[in-house]
Write a protein that binds this ligand. Structure first.
Ligand code: FES
Length: 237
């Protein structure tokens, strides 16, 4: 295997050519926070949590997609890097339904953990939008609450990995939401209830449904399928 020599935080490492900075850092036991990254399944550089400094580069780079090369010098925890990660979290929180106390994922939510680790409270300086997003309670096995979705697309990748591929991004920009084509509920498409999207979700956007008899009755009666759509997002003037 071809190897290259790099430095991470001033320490020298020999790493496999073609690996990413994130892979090299993890191999060296150096932590770089991630959100959208799911090894071998979702490596799209979308969330920008993993930003690091590379000597000579004009801007921060996303470690999960940026390849190492000979002589590269990487810095994973400089003030500039910390500032970028904190701002990313604040911006995610500014459009996130911050009801952590009643959220099923509280305690196992990756977004919550990163905010705790970096000292980000739920009162932040970006008030550009309030959470919107559809809730889909239409299937027997899961609930989708897009007000808690961070658009990492890990669920989309997991669904594709299962060769089901019934979810993806709808709309564009501020209105982007993950869901089924034409915004149909999950119970109307060929979801096979594998639950891999729940495993892939880093937040409380996808959770297992508490399966009571009421839920089973509702699923068996299409007229009772419940799709709740929240009010449109409110944007700053
Ligand atoms: Fe690298 Fe999301 S983990 S951009």
């Amino acid at each position: 295997m071809d190897m290259v020599n790099i430095k991470i935080n001033g320490m020298s490492y020999e790493v496999a050519a073609g690996s990413t900075i994130l892979e090299a850092a993890r191999e060296a036991g150096i932590d770089i926070p991630t959100l959208c990254f799911l090894k071998d399944i979702n490596q799209i550089g979308a969330c920008r949590m993993c930003m690091v400094e590379v000597k000579g580069a004009r801007s921060l780079v996303a470690a999960c997609v940026y390849p190492v090369n000979e002589g590269m010098e990487v810095f994973t925890n400089t003030p500039k890097v910390q500032k970028s990660r904190k701002m990313t979290l604040e911006m995610l929180l500014s459009v996130h339904d911050k009801k952590c106390l009643s959220c099923k994922r509280s305690g196992t939510c990756e977004l919550q953990k990163l905010c705790n680790d970096m000292g980000i409270s739920d009162e932040n300086r970006f008030e550009g939008a309030v959470p919107a997003g559809k809730k889909d309670y239409s299937t027997l096995h899961l609930e989708r609450d897009n007000a808690k979705c961070i658009l990492c697309r890990r669920c989309v990748a997991a669904c594709q990995q299962q060769h089901v591929a019934v979810i993806g991004a709808n709309n564009r920009g501020f209105d982007t939401e993950i869901g089924c084509a034409f915004e149909q509920p999950l119970s109307y498409v060929s979801c096979v209830s594998c639950g891999q999207c729940i495993n892939a979700c880093p937040t409380g956007a996808l959770t297992e449904k508490d399966c009571t008899q009421d839920v089973i009755d509702a699923i068996n009666d299409p007229d009772k399928i419940v799709i709740v759509q929240t009010a449109p997002a409110v944007r700053a003037a």
